[in-house]
Ligand binder design. Structure first.
Ligand SMILES: Cc1cc2nc3c(=O)[nH]c(=O)nc-3n(C[C@H](O)[C@H](O)[C@H](O)COP(=O)(O)OP(=O)(O)OC[C@H]3O[C@@H](n4cnc5c(N)ncnc54)[C@H](O)[C@@H]3O)c2cc1C
Ligand code: SF4
Ligand code: SF4
Length: 393
């Protein structure tokens, strides 16, 4: 609802926040995001800390940042007391994060009915190159874009997700892809958490200056939130942002505790997995198994429980596997840069595309899942994230 000057209450709050000095530090981040369960584990704060005093727990049940210095205990930071604010400036769950990132990217906040975020176009796309299409999770679009962007001098490297050890480990490892081979090595989806942002140090050490970030929705809000709150140097290498539609990730324990114990499927037998209404598993010996998603819920990673963003609303391009054909990627084009890259790739034949409207069921499902995720945002947290949602009973 607009006031007499035409600004909505959210716009007024954003303007007021922008006019004030940002003094918020680890103390507020810990109390408002980490201790409340809003933290997704995206590691934005970890990579932003100029004093390297934020660690990251990679262990099962972890995926959380923690403070490494003892001086003021785990809840406060001496650098924060002395004026450092980088961690709160980087956190895409802290206070007005959505409105700030929206305004930075689009010069406006989302409308009530834009529950899946602001976008230009929705397409279905797939890599024309058979190898890329086959190695990709859905249409291989993400990998096709990365290869194309490397070859056309848009980026020097991409932060993606590899696997620890051999393919049968199914333990994701954030890493750097700077060649076609590395992009293809990291193709496909793993449904446990991979904080790809953490690979930025490796990329910078290798001398790469222009980076694409591939990440689940929570991670794809990191660069726009950093830019909107002017975090500075660490945000500069991010030049391209590819988001993955995401409704949840699972704890690694799902492999032993559910797949193996109940269904006798060892992790090293699995060659591919996907989620399409059920958890789909393809095994080495050619067998295919489906597991009811309801059974998997108990292994939902804690950081996903309150996550309101299904559609990677702050990416340049958001990619998902919803659709009637499994080898196409649902492609949400959100920014001018995203538009430029997709249209050049269509024009030169790198990808094939169809209008999103050719699969109306996919679009309807995308909106439904976006609403479902947004409904998870808790009542104690920033209210503007729920704009457009039915009022809580
Ligand atoms: C955890 C997770 C949950 C998802 N949930 C949904 C969903 O509910 N609905 C939906 O429509 N789509 C979902 N997706 C997106 C979908 O699985 C595909 O990633 C997307 O359609 C792109 O397919 P592609 O063939 O174009 O990508 P590809 O060319 O296969 O590229 C995929 C990219 O994702 C990276 N990646 C793989 N696993 C992870 C991970 N765990 N974390 C971060 N990066 C990773 C790879 O390194 C690679 O760069 C999810 C993806 C992930 C990783
Ligand atoms: S949501 Fe991300 S940036 Fe915020 S506290 Fe958690 S790990 Fe840090
Ligand atoms: S549901 Fe997906 S996007 Fe949301 S916190 Fe979990 S991993 Fe991140």
């Amino acid at each position: 609802m607009a006031d007499i000057q035409g600004a909505t209450p959210l716009e007024e709050r954003l303007a007021e926040t922008a006019s004030q000095r940002w003094r918020l530090q680890w103390k507020e981040l810990k109390a408002e995001v980490i201790d409340t369960g809003l933290c997704t584990g995206c590691a934005g704060c970890v990579i932003a800390c100029p004093h390297d005093v934020i660690g990251y727990n990679h262990e099962q049940g972890g995926y959380r940042p923690f403070h490494l210095e003892d001086e003021l205990g785990p809840d406060d930071c001496i650098h924060g007391q002395n004026g450092c604010t980088s961690c709160t400036r980087s956190c895409p769950r802290f206070r007005l994060w959505e409105g700030q990132a929206d305004t930075h990217l689009n010069a406006r906040v989302r409308e009530d009915d834009e529950l899946a975020g602001i976008y230009h176009d929705i397409l279905l796309t797939r890599a024309s190159d058979d190898t890329v299409n086959k190695m990709g999770q859905d249409g291989g679009l993400v990998s096709a874009i990365l290869i194309w962007a490397l070859e056309h001098d848009y980026i020097d490297a991409a932060l993606t997700s590899f696997l620890e050890g051999d393919a049968g480990s199914w333990k994701p490892r954030p890493g750097v892809a700077a060649t076609r081979e590395q992009v293809l090595e990291s193709a496909g989806s793993r449904y446990t958490y991979s904080a790809n942002t953490l690979a930025i140090d490796e990329a910078i050490e290798a001398g790469f200056k222009r980076l694409a970030l591939v990440g689940t929705s929570c991670q794809s809000s990191v660069p726009p939130v950093m830019w909107s709150r002017k975090v500075g140097k660490i945000s500069k290498p991010f030049v391209f942002n590819l988001g993955l539609l995401c409704s949840k990730t699972f704890d690694d324990a799902i492999f032993e505790e559910l797949f193996e114990t109940k269904y006798g499927i060892r992790r090293d037998e699995i060659v591919k997995m996907n989620i399409k209404g059920v958890f789909q598993l393809w095994l080495k010996d050619g067998r295919y198994r489906e597991i009811n998603l309801k059974e998997c819920h108990a292994w939902t990673r804690e950081g996903c429980i309150y996550c309101p963003d299904f559609a990677a609303e702050h990416a340049d391009i958001s990619c998902g596997g919803i659709g009637e054909n499994s080898d196409w990627t649902l492609t949400i084009v959100r920014t001018e840069l995203g538009r430029e890259i997709i249209s050049r790739m269509i024009d030169d034949g790198t990808i094939e595309s169809r209008p999103g409207d050719s699969d109306p069921g996919a679009i309807a499902l995308m909106h439904k899942l976006a609403q479902n995720s947004r409904s998870r945002w808790p009542g104690f947290a920033e209210g503007s994230i729920r704009i457009g949602m039915p009022t809580r009973k």
